[in-house]
Design a protein around this ligand. Structure first.
Ligand code: T1G
Length: 706
């Protein structure tokens, strides 16, 4: 039964003695004001109707209820509040059954917990993921879930923000009956009538007593300590624990009042604003002009050219998405290595008991290794992932042009080479596109879809369709050195190098950026990835580097010693006995001092705030240039790039959202202040100046024209 926007948000019908309340709010039956009002009204009528013996709540369309309507956040809350609706459901003098299919998440699950009995269909997913939005379950979830599933399990469910399967939800005590199959209405009616036949009465969750309070509170204390350590600055998790503690210590009404107060605090937080922005931005990025205008081409069989780290990662991502994959390498030894790289991923999962040998065999049945291009004549899409050398890539694309069927999409995974030049060696530039995966390609969510000048719209649409199949987060990027992410990375890494040469140690810079919310600082990332990679890029660019631009040689001095980072046992940090966590290295500090002396720089102190301001201002200023040049369609595309591919702290929403929350006038002020030291590096982006002059922010540019 699909949703129908021409019908009311809540549709009421009667089947015998059961009143069926069906929520009808596409696309996820979010609990908008109209839905809440319709629910409350239907319940009040049911309670007043002597012929009604039971109420059944279902969702039309694909889900039960996807949660509160996130689009209403930030607006004045309109009655009835969801808490009131849930209390109305629970207070009903007729038994209320919730029949869950698809998803019951957040407020959706809270509605179900307020019902007296819960049924779930096999594929249903249930959860209280409000923590992912910087919130907590604010409609009774923190009070009812512990009463049904136990205090510790309920707290862990809310802190993790994960979804439970129907089976797991039943085992946890959230679901009373698993339906074999069918639709929520028929399964729900059968269950409601069975309950009526048994003389079942309203069973109110609030009446369940929480026993063994001392143990429960001790468990919550342990969770609080663990949460404080893990959440790097997020505070809604600790509020969740406070709410659950209130459920243990206070009567239901008082516990609910506590929940409402703490929910309001979370709703006002900058973290919530950042996380909601991230939620919607990750969905907006797929809405690009080409995807609206064109139909994607077929995507059944794909080929990957190259079996190295990237090629194997891409092949695994495609295999995991259920696609047929042919991998091509130049000779028997290389293709054997390529296959081994693919199998290594699955063998790793088997070693962790996250995959069985049979499951691996089933996946590998879709994998075909070969050294002959002849076998890829009929594939739908090819992803080239060979060595980052333009001549080698051009040779591959000439071969693909000669071999592949007309209409096959020819993609390159290059991370910085000129895709227009690669397309130019083929007779079909309209079929050539960039698919920039991030290593490890089977894990990292970001996929930059790089759009060359002559590519056709349906090839771009096909790339976005592939991203959806691979469960990647796609961002449309224009052609420039580094596309969106790496181009901006180069600039803020330069700012970090300037900070280091001017007086901050790499350890202070890393610490400041970890405190900002990054899992690792920039120098830790360099040591993890391998300093030799950046060194090779710097040497490649040396001949064309602008001599007027300040160049810091500290990293070169470190690489000249072979200190390439973790893999070499030392880089910016020391890694004794292969330790994963590095230690400060006095010899690195001595190298930095020597470089400062060589350049006549007197080191100065930088506070953590100074470090964050320079690092972030450089990132935002270059991001503004990337948006202005059309390399990124919108500021939100830059946000999603950094959230999905560069470890940017999610609760800050991305660099552009962060800048909006700082105030663009402040960011521009910092650029102008820093430009007094180095006018070339700190050249204000015209777009930043324009927005400040107009009193606008980056978010004002997030709606696509047309
Ligand atoms: N409110 C408003 N819009 C929503 C929405 C929501 N809760 N969930 C999804 N959408 C939009 C989404 O932006 C997209 O819009 C479309 O629906 C399809 O989404 C009081 C306060 C339900 C599993 O966190 O996890 O309840 O791009 O692409 O892959 O305690 O959406 O089409 O214009 O994700 O099929 C808690 C969030 C809210 C669940 C479906 N609930 N949603 O996945 O579709 S806070 C959540 C999801 C809360 C209470 C608190 C998923 C889904 P557009 P989609 P999908």
């Amino acid at each position: 039964m699909s949703t129908d926007s021409k019908l009311p948000a809540v549709i009421v019908s009667r089947k015998g003695g059961v009143k069926v309340i069906a929520i009808n709010n596409s696309p996820v039956n979010a609990l908008s004001q109209a839905v809440r009002e319709g629910l409350a009204e239907a319940l009040q009528r049911a309670n007043a109707d002597a012929e009604v013996q039971a109420v059944l709540i279902v969702g039309r369309g694909n889900v039960f209820i996807g949660g509160a309507d996130i689009r209403e956040f930030g607006q004045p809350r309109k009655p009835p509040l969801l808490t009131e609706v849930c209390n109305l459901i629970e207070a009903s003098n007729k038994i209320v059954v919730a029949a869950i299919h698809g998803a019951a998440l957040g407020g959706g699950l809270e509605v179900a917990l307020a019902a007296h009995y819960r049924l779930a269909l096999p594929e249903a997913k249930l959860g209280l993921p409000e923590v992912n939005l910087g919130l907590l379950p604010g409609a009774g979830g923190t009070q009812r879930a512990p009463r049904l599933m136990g205090v510790k399990a309920a707290a862990e469910l809310m802190l993790g923000g994960k979804h439970l399967s129907a089976t797991a939800a039943q085992a946890a005590g959230l679901v009373d009956r698993l339906a074999e199959s069918g639709d929520p209405v028929s399964a729900g009616l059968a269950y409601a009538n069975e309950l009526l036949a048994q003389g079942a009465q309203p069973r109110r969750t609030r009446d369940i007593a929480i026993v063994d309070k001392a143990t429960a509170l001790a468990e919550l204390d342990a969770l609080a300590a663990d949460t404080a350590k893990k959440n790097r600055g997020l505070f809604s998790p600790l509020k969740i624990i406070e709410c659950v503690s209130a459920a243990v210590e206070l009567p239901f009404e008082e516990g609910s009042a506590r929940e409402r107060a703490l929910f309001a605090e979370c709703l006002e937080s900058a973290q919530h604003a950042g996380l909601v922005h991230a939620f919607f931005a990750e969905r907006e990025v797929a809405k690009v002009p080409e995807a609206k205008a064109a139909t994607p081409r077929a995507l059944g069989r794909i080929a990957v050219i190259g079996g190295g780290t990237m090629g194997a990662g891409i092949a695994v991502a495609a295999l995991d998405a259920g696609l047929q994959v042919v991998m091509i390498e130049r000779d028997a030894e290389s293709i054997a290595r390529g296959q081994a790289n693919v199998e290594k991923v699955y063998d790793g999962l088997i070693a962790k008991n996250r995959m069985t040998e049979d499951a691996k065999a089933a996946v590998m049945a879709s994998y075909t290794p070969s050294t002959s291009y002849e076998v890829i004549k009929e594939v739908d899409l090819v992803i080239e992932a060979v060595f980052e050398d333009i001549e080698i890539k051009k040779a591959v694309f000439r071969e693909l042009d000669r071999t592949c069927r007309p209409g096959a999409v020819l993609a390159t995974n290059t991370s910085y080479l000129d895709i227009d030049a690669i397309a130019g060696v083929t007779s079909r530039p309209q079929d050539v596109i960039g698919l920039h995966f991030f290593s490890p390609a089977n894990i990292m969510k970001l996929l930059e879809i790089v759009v060359p000048a002559k590519v056709s719209a349906d090839v771009v649409a096909t790339a976005f369709e592939l991203a959806k199949k691979l469960r990647k987060v796609p961002v449309r990027a224009g052609v420039c050195d580094g596309f969106i992410g790496n181009r901006i990375l180069a600039v803020y890494r330069q700012a970090a190098d300037y900070l280091m040469e001017d007086g901050a140690s790499p350890y202070e810079i890393d610490e400041a950026m970890r405190a900002f919310g990054y899992p690792m600082g920039p120098f830790q990332v360099t040591d993890l990835a391998g300093g030799d990679i950046g060194w090779a890029a710097r040497k490649r660019r040396a001949a064309t580097r602008d001599p007027r631009v300040r160049y810091v040689e500290i990293a070169d001095r470190i690489c000249e010693r072979g200190w390439f980072g973790q893999k070499a046992g030392r880089g910016f940090y020391l890694y004794p006995q292969g330790a994963r966590v590095g230690q400060a290295d006095p010899e690195v500090l001595a190298i930095i001092d020597a470089e400062r002396a060589r350049k006549g720089i007197s080191p100065r102190k930088f506070s953590a705030d100074d470090i964050v301001r320079r690092y972030m201002t450089a990132m935002v200023n270059e991001s503004a240039k990337v948006v202005e040049e059309g390399i990124a369609l919108r500021p939100l595309d830059v946000d999603v790039t950094f959230l999905s591919g560069y470890g940017f702290p999610r609760f800050r929403g991305g660099p552009m959202k962060w800048a909006d929350m700082q105030g663009l006038d402040k960011v521009l002020g910092d650029v102008l202040e820093f430009s007094k030291e180095d006018p070339l590096f700190w050249k204000p982006a015209p777009l930043l100046e324009k927005l400040v002059a107009e009193g606008k922010n980056f978010s004002s540019l997030n709606q696509l024209k047309g």
